[in-house]
Design a protein. Structure first.
Length: 158
């Protein structure tokens, strides 16, 4: 079942790369007291994610900050790839969370099978507004689309 509006965000260990080492961050702590736009993507460096989705958020980061929101990207990649993607994209100010085993994505009910592209299980493209650990909205894209999860669409909502 897919996570819904007013649900509490699941308690999971999230992974980031800090000073070259994998660090675990508890999702309850991560989302506590914050307003976050969580953006799920099929994969770092994949064409749409890299060329269209992330750049829209980078260009609009100040507009999100002006509304007291931070931006976090989530992908079924390892923390090293997520860190490299952030650096290659100049995505300063956007957190990159790795869900290497697809655990969080599965718990959210947002996994997709990318096996036909050689990708295995991946995250559907989505944007979710989470306020103090509670899901305020969730917009899940149809395969191949990038409309409701775009930075512009999310800015219009908040």
């Amino acid at each position: 079942m897919t996570i819904s509006i007013n649900d509490k965000f699941p308690n999971q260990e999230l992974r980031v790369l800090i000073n070259g080492e994998i660090q675990n961050i508890n999702s309850d702590e991560y989302f506590s007291g914050k307003k976050i736009v969580l953006v799920g993507v099929p994969g770092a460096f994949t064409p749409t994610c890299h060329s269209s989705h992330l750049p829209g958020y980078i260009e609009n980061i100040q507009s999100f900050k002006d509304k007291d929101y931070s931006i976090t990207f989530l992908a079924v990649n390892d923390p090293f790839v997520m860190k490299s993607w952030s650096e290659a994209s100049n995505a300063d100010g956007i957190d990159m969370l790795a869900d290497g085993n697809c655990d969080l994505t599965n718990e959210l009910g947002l996994a997709m099978d990318g096996s036909s592209f050689g990708l295995g299980n991946r995250c559907k493209r989505f944007a979710m507004v989470v306020d103090n650990g509670i899901v305020q909205s969730i917009d899940i894209e149809e395969p191949g689309a990038m409309d409701v999860s775009s930075a512009e669409s999310q800015l219009a909502k908040i």
